[in-house]
Design a protein around this ligand. Structure first.
Ligand SMILES: Cc1cc2nc3c(=O)[nH]c(=O)nc-3n(C[C@H](O)[C@H](O)[C@H](O)COP(=O)(O)OP(=O)(O)OC[C@H]3O[C@@H](n4cnc5c(N)ncnc54)[C@H](O)[C@@H]3O)c2cc1C
Length: 545
């Protein structure tokens, strides 16, 4: 599968960083935000092959692109989000808009449309959501009516309305989901096509540098060869197929924006003296506002890297893993930014210190590309099936792997992660026996607990076997973080699992024992010491400038 050479990826990231340092200082980003205008010149620069050529990233080399893969998308998305999430969203919209083509178009269509994109650097938009069809795309009401000539379909007339479309008012090309007689299908529609118009830009809470607009389609005619893949009825499956990638990309947005806020708080805390010393030296501050956020963000990174590597090795059907990555990383990014405001005190509440803007920006990541609740549901539903299919072995097997890892590397929290996984297996089984998932809330809470247990296992595994270089943290810091995250997961699955199971009327008087709550509590030994170490390491890794 596609993957850039490490030097080329480094070059792109360095160019992106240098471009941002030169052209996008904080004052400029705040000015763009206040004007609420689409920064067309900046987007054109980002797409200009002489400068960065971001749109080329995922286009295959034979069509004039760079042929990048999921790992490259991860690194670029994280970097862009740390610069400005609004601008990152504008770029995402083009990746998103071309995804139905990537997964569903015929070879000839790909050659033509992606080739044109490589050459011209067009802006794309992805038109799925409608006023009445958000999380539930099945409620789609836009229609594509075939136009026939001599008994043959020569085109379609599209009618309907799309809502909240990124790049909606500025794109050159749009992929539009509409109901054809054979079912939901994607169509490629060009700007300026008769009957096709857009609303004014939405006045948004954050990502104000991105353009979001409604689309109106009134009898818009497209020739039959604008049906992506040339077969009707594949639209929802194609939308599903792109989720592995696009949710990973939004996960990276949560990671990049969240880390940007946390890094700012770490640096600020070293210079801000209160109560006789810098805030960075005060446990009551670091262990509440900094360390837990850095830990969750790095747990998300470990999982993101794992998913990206699997996508790059050609695996498909990673929508559940994409959902876990998106869920944890965007919730962690959101919380990290929220706490960064608190960490800056009154200064954090003003625009000048940027964390206020980052908080508003990162808020969108738990909403678009599937809300956090839809992620919880997706994760729980899919893993529930695995639990049933394997007769309860799915997480037991994973726990055994974590225990083996613990035997080899006792310092990465794999033993705690195994506790979380075993508790999860017991909880799912209890839910099956007592039919607890009849309660939607229990099912969704299971989604959250699964995300914690899986990320704990993966963080421990990678901290032992493949500590990431991308975070700028030492392997020992990552190991301490993996231990802290695994402890949280073990305690969360056992205690919250028990809470919701009892709350929903479970029948086993020994459930606390089955979930091994005592062991999850005992696993907390050493927690504060690890947090002390992480706080010190973060201060060393991100010194005040
Ligand atoms: C700035 C911005 C940019 C966007 N860009 C694009 C784009 O480029 N292309 C595009 O197609 N779309 C885009 N979207 C749309 C976005 O993906 C949707 O807003 C999102 O999927 C949620 O849909 P909705 O807004 O209709 O909310 P709803 O689906 O109405 O959800 C409302 C609330 O109910 C919860 N909920 C929904 N269903 C259930 C359920 N079954 N059980 C329990 N809880 C549930 C949700 O989690 C949420 O909290 C964008 C949105 C925004 C705000």
């Amino acid at each position: 599968m596609a993957k850039l050479d490490a030097e080329i990826l480094d070059q792109i990231l360095t160019t992106l960083r240098e471009y941002a340092e030169k052209n996008l200082p904080s004052a400029k980003l705040l000015e763009i935000e206040l004007g609420h205008e689409f920064p067309e010149k900046i987007m054109k620069d980002l797409y200009d092959p002489q400068q960065i050529g971001l749109h080329l990233l995922t286009i295959p080399e034979e069509l004039g692109g760079l042929g990048g893969g999921a790992f490259d998308i991860y690194r670029v998305s994280e970097e862009m989000a740390a610069i400005d999430l609004g601008i990152a969203t504008g770029v995402l919209a083009t990746f998103l808009g071309t995804d139905p083509i990537n997964v569903g178009a015929t070879k000839e269509q790909k050659a033509e449309w992606l080739g044109e994109l490589a050459e011209k650097g067009q802006f794309y938009a992805y038109g799925a959501t409608e006023p009445q069809a958000g999380s539930d795309l099945g409620a789609l009401s836009t229609t594509a009516t075939p136009v026939e000539k001599d008994g043959k379909v020569v085109g379609y007339r599209i009618n309907g309305r799309k809502q909240w479309i990124s790049n909606g008012g500025v794109a050159d090309r749009y992929t539009i989901l509409a109901n054809a007689p054979g079912g939901a299908s994607w169509f490629l529609v060009d700007k300026g096509t008769e009957g096709f118009s857009h609303g004014k830009p939405e006045d948004k809470h954050g990502i104000r540098a991105s353009n979001t607009a409604a689309l109106f389609l009134e009898n818009v005619y497209v020739p039959a060869d604008r049906l992506i893949g040339l077969v009707e009825g594949k639209g929802l499956a194609q939308a599903q197929a792109v989720f592995g990638y696009t949710r990973l990309m939004v996960a990276c947005f949560g990671l990049g924006a969240g880390w940007d806020a946390v890094r700012r708080a770490i640096r600020y805390s070293q210079e801000r003296v209160q109560g006789g010393g810098p805030l960075s030296q005060k446990q009551g501050y670091t262990h509440k506002l900094i360390v837990p956020n850095a830990v969750r963000l790095e747990a998300s990174r470990a999982y993101i890297e794992w998913v990206a590597e699997r996508l790059d090795s050609g695996e498909e059907d990673l929508a559940t893993e994409g959902a876990v990555a998106k869920y944890l990383a965007t919730e962690a990014g959101n919380k990290g930014a929220e706490d960064a405001i608190q960490a800056h005190g009154g200064y954090g509440y003003t625009r000048e210190y940027m964390v206020e803007k980052i908080k508003r920006d990162v808020r969108i990541t738990t909403i678009y590309e599937g809300t956090s609740e839809i992620m919880e549901w997706t994760i729980a539903r899919d893993r529930w099936q695995q639990h049933l299919k394997t007769r309860g072995q799915y997480y037991v097997d994973w726990a055994i792997r974590a225990e083996q890892r613990h035997a080899q590397s006792p310092n990465v929290g794999a033993g705690h992660a195994a506790l979380a996984l075993r508790a999860l297996a017991a909880l799912l089984e209890r839910a099956r026996l007592d039919r607890l998932t009849r309660n939607q809330h229990v099912l969704f809470r299971l989604g959250e607990l699964i995300a914690y247990a899986e990320t704990a296992a993966m963080f421990a595994e990678r901290a032992a076997s493949k500590p990431t270089k991308e975070s700028g943290l030492k392997p020992e810091t990552l190991q301490a973080m993996a231990r802290v995250h695994a402890r949280e997961a073990a305690f969360k699955v056992a205690s919250e699992g028990l809470r919701w199971a009892v709350g929903a009327g479970q029948t086993d008087p020994g459930l606390a024992r089955a979930l091994n709550l005592d062991a999850a509590i005992a696993a907390q030994a050493g927690l504060i010491e690890d947090m002390d170490r992480i706080a010190a390491d973060l201060n060393a890794a991100f010194p005040a400038k």
